[in-house]
Design a protein around this ligand. Structure first.
Ligand code: ADP
Ligand code: MG
Length: 339
């Protein structure tokens, strides 16, 4: 196994990009950036830890790198901001071979280039037994355009991008929890679900446009599951919400996998995490503008469905879901690290 110095030199070499506002990148005690006037810095960090967020057995290293950066980009998207730079802290145990670490780095840098973000520093450490990849990302946004979780108003429509349950379905397949034997006729959707889990695509363009056009009153990304993340948004906004069960977009892989496992696909869409879609609220008068936005996105080759799944209610009504059998309290389940 090569030494830390050698690996850092390799990172420095591979990550070198010319960017006029990066005065000093990797190689000094700290990075030096010229901040853009009149914009807010947006800063977020997210870590992924082996055997907590992934298992080496089913996660290719390049995908691991992609995902570590994608989850951070998703936080920037959820603020309506543009990502610019990031710091990378790697913890590598002795049994993580050089090629594996190289592939992690390759996955990170490929996605970074796709979104024009520059690696400006970080830290590298030996770790006992388990890999961790910790990224801190910096972005920028005009103050008046930043979208917080706290802006939802009673009467606002609740929207979600994409289709839910795909990542959880992909994970189930990867973990062999689903019986894969007779899945060949739905192979394409299963492959897509595995990709959603391994290499989620952050909704940067959507987040930016929603913010720029002042369409989203509140926004966040769905990392732990729709139910728990909606509960968080509502708590920050001091409001309640009612979801319409039959409008929630469920991925076709989620439908296949849940029927194999005799679960309801709705449960997977509501409580399965890691979809990294955007959850946002819109004033009813802007409904047509959101519909039109879908056309705009499709024309730029970034087609994504935007679905209205419910409405914000007064806080005293709490969180509800309307199904064929009536209105019920929304069960809040999802990923919680400390439970
Ligand atoms: P220090 O001793 O000050 O912690 P290091 O030797 O760890 O410095 O790092 C040297 C340079 O390499 C620094 O600019 C640091 O930001 C960068 N660096 C170290 N590890 C990484 C990494 N995993 N990714 C990107 N840059 C890194
Ligand atoms: Mg260091």
């Amino acid at each position: 196994m090569r030494g830390e110095r050698e690996f850092i030199r390799l990172i420095e070499h591979r990550a070198r990009r010319s960017s006029p506002d990066v005065v000093v990148g990797i190689g000094d005690d700290a990075a030096l950036i010229v901040p853009k006037a009149e914009t807010c810095l947006v800063i977020a960090s997210d870590v992924i830890v082996e055997d907590v967020h992934f298992r080496r057995r089913y996660f290719p290293p390049q995908a691991l790198g992609h995902k570590a950066l994608a989850v951070n980009l998703s936080d920037i998207a959820a603020m309506g901001a543009t990502p610019r730079y990031f710091l990378l802290t790697l913890g590598l145990p002795a049994d993580c071979e050089d090629w594996f670490a190289d592939q992690i780095l390759a996955g990170i840098l490929a996605l970074a280039d796709q979104h024009n973000v520059v690696l400006i520093g970080g830290d590298t450490s030996h770790a006992p037994e388990r890999i961790f990849i910790d990224i801190t990302i910096l972005g920028e946004v005009t103050r008046s355009e930043a979208v917080q979780r706290s802006g939802a108003q009673v009467g606002d429509l609740i929207y979600v991008s994409g289709e839910l349950g795909d990542s959880a379905a992909g994970l189930a397949v990867l973990q062999n929890q689903a019986s894969t034997g007779s899945l060949h006729n739905t192979q394409i959707s299963i492959q897509a679900a595995i990709r959603s889990h391994l290499q989620p695509q952050p909704r940067l363009k959507l987040g930016r446009i929603l913010a720029h056009r002042h369409l989203a009153t509140a926004m966040m990304d769905i990392s732990d599951g729709l139910s728990i993340d909606l509960a968080r948004l509502c708590e920050k906004s001091s409001v309640g919400a009612r979801l319409q069960a039959d409008t929630i977009p469920i991925s076709s892989a989620a439908q296949v996998i849940s029927s194999r496992n005799r679960q309801s696909p709705l449960q997977l869409a509501l409580h399965g995490g890691e979809d990294y879609e955007l959850l946002f609220t819109v004033s009813p008068q802007n409904q047509a503008a959101v519909t039109q936005l879908q056309t705009v996105l499709a024309e730029t080759g970034d087609s994504v469905p935007l679905t209205c799944i419910g409405q914000i209610q007064p806080v005293q009504d709490g969180l509800q879901i309307e199904t064929l059998t009536g209105i019920h309290p929304l069960e809040i389940k999802g990923y919680d690290h400390f439970r």
